[in-house]
Design a protein around this ligand. Structure first.
Ligand SMILES: Cc1ncc(COP(=O)(O)O)c(C=O)c1O
Length: 376
């Protein structure tokens, strides 16, 4: 009664978790294929993560960004060592914030070069967050309705329709921002040919290729960054969600020359990259790098098993999968919950599966058996 009604909450109260399972206040066990919406990369109560967090909490939770922060340095080094080129990182607290940072960086980059470019091309069905810049970038009427006037400077195109990108291009376009696999928009994949054409266009026009890897990044698709599936070379990448394994942290990565546009005072955050968040993300990043082949293997097993169900189109990569049904899927989510399976419905008809990255084939079998009971 004291909370704003921004969420339609399901009638379940979780009190604990271990591995890929959650437990409610009545002791019932749930197999979790949602992972806090692609956040709990290592599942629940991972001993190494818990230990690192407890040790960090005993030592130092927070210092200001006015001081040296070796935890940020170490985490940035890990993120950049998997990035396609040399670059730098800015830490914040969420996906929306990372994208706000990306929008600001793009504007500042062209300002520093003395070029009047500030517009960004984004895509229908995308999702970049709820703050003003990120919401204005999110080309979905239902997200933006009632909040106008939006931030000026976004032009919308259709994913996998290169002509629509050309149409959206203006003389003051600064960059193109997209998700390699649209998450909230219903697990819709950008095609390799489309992505390469977009990258070529960015190079030809001298504008920035900016990838929102908030949901796809940090191993979710079986590669550390989803763009690696296509051999892309983005100028800017944003991360959040799975990066902290449940502790809020976001990151903005940019290749060296672009990152130089931010000077002391250009951008900042009180909490961004504090020692607790970095300690958590360091454990996550190192562990995820070690299980990428497993993520790819289990993901492809999961995809095959979903296809076998024969109830709709299966899309996605690694452990970011969607099953498009012919009818709305909210009811299926409730029935799955009753049967001890946590799944999610996005874009009205798409069942979304973004389990902890540590999930194994035997858990997939367990989930498929429950899904069969519901869908057949
Ligand atoms: C691709 C993408 N970008 C940005 C966001 C926003 O992240 P946050 O909710 O942490 O602000 C999300 C959240 O679902 C997302 O999926």
């Amino acid at each position: 009664m004291h909370l704003m009604e921004t969420y339609r909450r399901l009638p379940v109260r979780f009190v604990g978790g271990e591995g890929v399972y959650l437990y409610d206040d009545k002791g019932k066990r749930y197999l979790d294929l949602l992972a806090g919406v692609a956040v709990n990369s290592l599942g629940y109560a991972d001993p190494e993560l818990v230990e690192a967090l407890c040790a960090q909490a005993r030592n130092l939770l927070h210092i200001s960004n006015l001081f040296e922060n070796p935890w940020q340095e170490e985490l940035a080094k890990e993120l950049i060592s998997s990035f396609w080129t040399s670059g730098r990182v800015f830490f914040c607290n969420s996906g929306a914030e990372a994208n706000e940072g990306a929008i600001k960086l793009a504007r500042r980059y062209f300002y520093e070069r003395g070029e009047k470019r500030y517009r960004i091309i984004t895509f229908y069905n995308s999702f970049h967050g709820r703050t003003f810049g990120a919401m204005s970038a999110t080309a979905q009427e239902k997200i933006q309705r009632g909040f106008e006037p939006l931030l000026e400077g976004f032009d919308y195109a259709e994913l996998n329709n290169f002509d629509s990108v050309i149409k959206a291009l203006k003389k003051d376009t600064a960059g193109i921002l997209l998700e390699v696999v649209q998450g909230e928009g219903g697990i819709r994949e950008a095609g390799a040919d489309f992505l390469h054409k977009v990258q070529e266009l960015c190079r030809k026009e001298g504008i920035l290729l900016m990838l929102d890897e908030v949901q796809t990044g940090v191993g979710r698709t079986g590669r550390f960054y989803a763009y690696e599936h296509f051999g892309l070379e983005p100028d800017v990448v944003t991360l959040a969600k799975g990066l902290g394994g449940g502790v809020p942290i976001g990151a903005l990565l940019a290749r060296e020359e672009v990152a130089q546009a931010f000077k002391p005072g250009s951008h900042g955050s009180t909490f961004g990259g504090n020692p607790l968040a970095c300690a958590s993300a360091l454990v996550v990043v190192k562990k995820v790098k070690g299980i990428l082949p497993q993520i790819e293997r289990v993901g492809s097993y999961f995809k095959d098993r979903l296809r076998e169900l024969g109830v709709g189109e299966v899309r996605g990569k690694g452990l970011m999968l969607g099953l498009e049904l012919s009818q709305g899927c909210e009811g299926i989510v409730i029935r799955a919950l009753e049967k001890g399976l946590l799944i999610n419905c996005t874009s009205e008809r798409v069942l979304r599966f973004v389990p902890p990255l540590i999930i194994e084939e035997r858990h997939i079998d367990e989930a498929i058996n429950i899904l069969k009971e519901i869908l057949y």
